[in-house]
Design a protein around this ligand. Structure first.
Ligand code: RIB
Ligand code: CA
Length: 321
């Protein structure tokens, strides 16, 4: 079976962990590296969460973790700890002896793309700071990358951190603008309506996963717990899975039921609509710069994730609360 070479650029908490599991365990994936970017929770916490996820997958030490940008290009970091807590439901693991790869995340992205010209896809599930920095630092980076699969924005629908904006683009709008104007081949998985329509797992589904009783299933149930409570408090009937959907859409394009070429432009000057993604669907005379996923087979996505979580991995290290 041929595999897809990819890097996951992540602000590791909750569904980022699930997306990492997809990259680590899906037979279609050849995960070359994990790069960390400032986002959901404190940077060191995100790194610990990535190591914990690697361990639960039984793959600690097999995939390098590179540290990328610790803050957005020009703005202060905005935490989502009110949504995610620590991002792993309080789970802990002895991390003694674990070190990130010494190569900085931006350089790792540049070097991996250069080593695999036209072949490497980057799954971008946090703010786009690392990707923008790599494009600024290396003029060949855009051409060397095959495609970016970006979780971010909303497709003419509500945001989540503000009425207008989705978190990843809100946190570093200048980076998002840089990336969408750089000439990459881009696929976008938006927050709304796509994620809210097709990638929300109900308490019943989460209990179904818990009943699998594997290390992965127990890990999943714990790490989604805080976000599940938050999501319900804002009227969403379950835990949200945009990041794992983004990785899954890359590896299993048959999940996509509808997508359209669009012009995606990012707002950077207004405070009110900071990070808003204007997704123009073709009638406004704007050149398209991205493919926006509009509908997926949500039931098939859930079935794929459940099947993955049923795998009886042997965690590299034990974890506990
Ligand atoms: O707005 C949703 C995004 O913010 C996802 O990437 C989620 O993981 C959080 O980082
Ligand atoms: Ca994320």
């Amino acid at each position: 079976m041929s595999t897809i070479p990819l890097v996951i650029d992540t602000d590791t908490a909750q569904d980022d962990c699930v997306a990492l599991l997809v990259g680590l365990l899906d037979p279609a994936a050849d995960l070359k590296a994990i790069t960390m970017v400032a986002g959901n929770v404190g940077f060191e916490r995100q790194v610990a969460n990535a190591f914990l996820t690697l361990s639960v997958a039984g793959r600690l030490g097999e995939v390098p973790v590179h540290l990328g940008c610790r803050r957005p290009l020009t703005r202060e970091w905005v935490s989502a700890e009110n949504v995610h807590g620590d991002g792993v439901g309080g789970l802990t693991m002895d991390a003694s002896g674990l070190e990130p790869d010494p190569k900085p995340g931006v350089d790792a992205l540049i070097d991996l793309a250069a080593a695999n010209p036209g072949e490497l896809t980057i799954v971008c599930i946090g703010p786009l700071t690392n990707i923008a920095m790599a494009a600024i630092k290396d003029p060949r980076f855009v051409a060397n990358v095959k495609s970016l699969y970006i979780m971010g924005g909303s497709n003419n629908a509500r945001g989540n951190i503000t009425a207008a904006a989705e978190y990843n683009f809100y946190v570093d709008p200048e980076a998002a603008k840089t990336v969408f104007e750089a000439g990459f081949d881009i696929v976008v998985v938006p927050w709304a309506p796509l994620t809210l329509n097709e990638a929300v797992f109900s308490r019943e589904q989460i209990a179904e996963i818990g009943a699998l009783d594997t290390p992965l299933a127990r890990f999943f149930v714990r790490i989604v717990s805080t976000t599940l409570d938050f999501d319900e408090s804002v009227g969403i009937a379950g835990s949200t899975h945009p990041d794992s959907l983004t990785a899954s859409v890359l590896l299993h394009p048959e999940l996509v039921r509808k997508s359209s070429r669009m012009s995606v432009q990012i707002e950077t000057s207004s405070e009110l609509t900071r990070g808003y993604a204007a997704m123009s669907w073709g009638v406004h005379g704007l050149d398209p710069n991205a493919t926006v996923v509009e509908a997926v087979d949500g039931a098939a996505f859930y079935a794929q994730l459940s099947a993955m979580l049923a795998i009886a991995t042997v965690p590299s290290r034990s974890f506990s609360n």
